[in-house]
Design a binder for this molecule. Structure first.
Ligand code: ADP
Ligand code: MG
Length: 313
């Protein structure tokens, strides 16, 4: 493996600093402040064995995904990308080619979402690989969308379709045969799409009152909005958006797509609430799945099946 300095030089070449920002190469990154903007910061740590298994995920996918889950946190607040920081603890026997692929995945998603890599740290690890990503975003002062703004009467909405990532994980773990819907589902699991553009558009609409990204499944994530906002919700299970690939996969393997959609994690779609009069003109594709009510509990309608049994709460 390359030495630390050579490795960092390689990263520096792959990730040039954007105009007006000093990124990799000094003791600190220097990012000019803009009046009237809030800074958004989030960090996430991934540990080999706990969050991923080397034999399951390719280095490219891991590079992409470790950035994606962080970009999604900025998306969830309606933030505009500023940059990311990448700290890695590398086992000594990690092949150079593995690291190159990891960085390519990280670079491709960074370019796709205009999230420049501005710095990080590189150290060695006695055995396991650890990855810590920190992201910075910005939003007009006071205009980032929190979990605490939901109001009784709001419609509850989600972007995209739910449960695909969970189905992809099932396909990987059970090593099912590669029928035509499987690659799509596996990509949704390993190469998720953070909704950064959508988050910004939603945040610009005064009718959008609360928002978060769906990382643990809407069944459990919705709870956070309800608790922070001190409200309840009624959700119609028939309205949960499911992809045709998910339906096909579940039919083939005797799984319940709704269960995967409500309880499966890592969709990285956005869950938000919006005033009913503002919903029709939202410029982001979405599905209305229910509404916010007074109280503090969730009522699930539209299914005879008791989903209470296996929900996280
Ligand atoms: P210091 O010892 O002052 O912390 P380093 O030698 O750790 O400096 O890092 C030198 C430069 O390279 C810094 O700008 C740092 O942010 C950057 N850097 C180090 N490791 C990484 C990494 N894994 N990804 C991105 N930038 C990195
Ligand atoms: Mg350092």
């Amino acid at each position: 493996m390359k030495g630390e300095f050579e490795f960092i030089e390689g990263i520096r070449t792959m990730f040039p600093s954007p105009e007006g920002v000093r990124g990799i190469g000094d003791d600190c990154a220097v990012i000019p402040q803009v009046q009237g903007q809030d800074t958004l910061v989030s960090t996430d740590m991934l540990v080999e064995g706990s969050h991923f298994l080397m034999e399951d995920i390719s280095p490219y996918q891991l590079g992409w995904k470790s950035a994606a889950s962080n970009f999604s946190d900025i998306a969830a607040m309606g933030g505009e990308p500023v940059g990311s920081f990448l700290a890695v603890a590398l086992p000594k026997d990690l092949p150079e080619a593995w690291l190159d692929e990891f960085l390519k995945g990280y670079r491709d998603i960074s370019n796709e979402y205009s999230f420049p890599l501005l710095g990080g740290d590189t150290t060695s690890s006695p055995d396991r690989l650890c990855i810590c990503v920190t992201v910075l975003g910005k939003a007009p002062e006071g205009r980032s969308v929190t979990r605490s703004g939901a109001q009784a009467g709001d419609l509850v909405c989600v972007t995209g379709t739910l449960g695909d990532s969970a189905a992809g994980l099932q396909a990987i773990l059970k090593e099912v045969s590669r029928t035509e819907e499987v690659p799509y589902l596996i990509d949704r699991h390993y190469l998720p799409t953070p909704r950064v553009g959508e988050g910004r558009i939603l945040a610009a609409d005064m009718g959008v009152h609360s928002m978060m990204d769906i990382s643990d499944g809407v069944g459990s994530d919705l709870r956070h909005i309800l608790e922070e906002s001190r409200v309840g919700a009624e959700i119609d299970i028939r309205n949960i958006p499911l992809s045709c690939q998910l339906r096909t996969f579940c039919q083939r393997h005797g799984l319940d797509p709704v269960e995967l959609a409500l309880c499966g994690g890592e969709d990285y779609e956005l869950l938000f609430t919006v005033a009913p009069e503002a919903e029709p003109s939202l410029e982001v594709e979405h599905t209305v799945i229910g509404r916010i009510v007074e109280g503090c509990s969730v009522r699930w309608t539209g299914s005879d099946k008791d989903y209470m049994g296996f929900r996280h709460f």
